[in-house]
Design a binder for this molecule. Structure first.
Ligand SMILES: *Cc1c(COP(=O)(O)O)cnc(C)c1O
Length: 360
């Protein structure tokens, strides 16, 4: 209800929610699934688990999200699904993505694992597309240690997801009886124990989202004024950001060419926890190894596998991965004065950048 969705299938994790959504669509060997490169690895591991081919669409460096201008050219007659990821809790450009998906008759499965309560055009990010997947893993804005959920407004999709995640058992809504429904399936049900934890966490979820949002917006107003610090922009349709990760780009030329890793070290030394975030996912070994496995070579052929890396280059994302700096959501639950301390620490580093850059 909170996310404007008619149906919810509770799962063991965000990963299993994504696996189930793709399974419900019948994604399998020979299919292609479109993903962004700036995301947690699970967005791609689920594609590999179905022996489908991940196809990367480059990032928009301004927003850190899938660049919708590069989406259509990635669609082929093999494309079975597009997985836009609402990274950091900022919503992907759903107007453009859904319009292209509709035109080309491809399903959209949202990865909303970081986007609890985020909204696109004043409606939950989870209410757009065929389904949206959430995670309740311990780092997330709403958590039960591990856990996940699929939200959908499509009853047929809800039934298929339910069957896939429940060893193929389909529940008849009126009689309550279960029947077997054909197809590949698994057991990735959420436990009662996780459910109980989640229900207790639901209390205050709106309040915590509001505090994060107010603090993050205040921090943005200050960081915008610091040369060389570029907070991630939101698309105009993103009417609510979940701020799971606060993301900005760091430009060393405004800090006496102090490299990013030294900036991160100095900021950490000031007592501000931060990191450089994701590396380029399209270049990781586990994907290359999976593609060179026997089943992949058999299904797709050596030539296609060898051309894969070149077809999946994401130059904008490579740059983004070398510029990004992150703060995590829990830093935004404190008082507003915490934000002043973050901005002050960055200004202090900027003032001392020549000395810091000269040090080993
Ligand atoms: C956390 C996360 C997942 C996976 O969720 P788990 O519950 O950890 O399996 C998938 N995608 C994104 C973008 C995530 O942040």
């Amino acid at each position: 209800k909170l996310n404007d969705a008619k149906f919810c299938v509770a799962t063991s994790s965000g990963t299993s929610a994504l696996l189930t959504s793709l399974g419900a669509l019948g994604v399998g060997p020979g299919d292609e699934v479109i993903v962004p490169p700036y995301t947690f690895m699970a967005t791609v591991t689920v594609v590999l688990l179905h022996y489908a081919m991940p196809v990367f669409v480059d990032s928009d460096r301004e927003t850190f999200l899938m660049d919708p201008r590069k989406l259509e050219q990635a669609i082929t007659d093999r494309t079975a699904a597009i997985i836009p990821v609402h990274i950091g809790g900022a919503v992907a450009d759903m107007d453009s993505i859904l319009a292209i998906a509709k035109k080309r008759n491809v399903r959209v499965i949202g990865d909303a694992c970081q986007a609890h309560l985020a909204q696109w055009r004043n409606r939950s990010a989870g209410s757009w597309g065929t389904s949206a997947c959430y995670s309740f893993q311990l780092s997330k804005n709403l958590c039960s240690g591990e856990g996940g959920a699929i939200l959908t407004n499509d009853e047929d999709m809800a039934d298929k997801c339910h069957a896939f995640h429940n060893c193929c058992r389909r529940r008849n809504r009126s009689s309550g009886k279960t029947t077997y429904q054909g197809g590949r399936n698994t057991n990735v049900r959420m436990t009662e124990f996780q459910g109980a934890l989640l229900l207790s966490q639901m209390e205050g979820v709106e309040e915590r989202a509001r505090i994060r949002s107010e603090n993050a917006q205040y921090l943005t107003s200050m960081l915008r004024e610091i040369p060389g610090i570029i907070p991630a922009k939101m698309y105009e349709g993103c009417t609510r950001n979940a701020y799971h990760i606060y993301m900005f780009r760091y430009q060393p030329e405004h800090f006496a060419n102090l490299p990013r890793h030294k900036f991160i070290r100095a900021l950490s030394a000031e007592g501000i926890p931060c990191s450089g975030g994701y590396g380029p996912l399209n270049k990781v070994d586990f994907i290359r190894d999976a593609l060179h496995s026997r089943p992949y070579l058999r299904v797709y052929g050596k030539e296609a596998i060898e051309k894969w890396a070149e077809r999946n280059e994401c130059p904008e994302n490579d740059k983004l991965c070398s510029e990004a700096v992150w703060f995590m959501q829990n830093m935004f639950l404190g008082p507003r004065s915490d934000m002043d301390e973050i901005a002050a620490a960055i200004r202090k580093i900027q003032a001392h950048a020549p000395a810091l850059a000269a040090k080993a």
